[in-house]
Design a protein around this ligand. Structure first.
Ligand SMILES: [Zn+2]
Ligand SMILES: [Zn+2]
Length: 159
């Protein structure tokens, strides 16, 4: 059985360290990629953000920060930031009602976790993607790459 080290992540979801306990010299107050502040615990329940999984088998998959706190279920700030950025893209594109934007926000939460609603979210996002120009679509795919679960990414055809 292994255990999780603590991660340091910026509020936009850039991983600074997947093991800040053993490498405290990697600590940064702010992200060098985007300038946002960094966190190593859930702001809702103060649990440590899960980082590198320490066990006998060495894992070489690159570390990706979790979307939700394992202790209280709260979404981490990068989930909300990604969703807000996605909605801003929709506003740049134009032609979507407030109601549609609200539905889309729900769908974006749905694709950030694996549940029976994930597929519904994927379907709605596909419908939206069909209505936007190629430039906006490219930017949407970038955001979805960091937000969607592996299963949702496959269904969206972005992996
Ligand atoms: Zn950052
Ligand atoms: Zn929490």
């Amino acid at each position: 059985m292994g255990y999780y080290k603590t991660a340091l992540v910026c509020t936009n979801g850039h991983p600074i360290s997947s093991n800040i306990e053993d490498y405290p010299e990697d600590f940064q107050k702010f992200c060098t990629r985007c300038g946002e502040s960094t966190v190593s615990q859930c702001k809702n329940c103060q649990s440590k953000i899960r980082g590198y999984y320490e066990c006998e088998v060495v894992d070489f998959t690159p570390y990706a920060p979790p979307s939700y706190c394992y202790e209280c279920g709260e979404a981490f700030p990068w989930v909300e930031n990604s969703i807000n950025a996605f909605i801003e893209l929709i506003e740049i594109q134009g032609g979507f009602s407030e109601e549609e934007k609200e539905m889309l926000t729900k769908s974006l939460y749905d694709i950030s976790s694996d549940s029976p609603r994930t597929q519904v979210g994927v379907l709605r996002i596909k419908q939206v993607a069909a209505k936007v120009g190629p430039e906006i679509k490219g930017l949407m795919v970038n955001i979805l790459g960091g937000l969607a679960t592996e299963a949702a990414k496959q269904q969206l055809g972005i992996k």
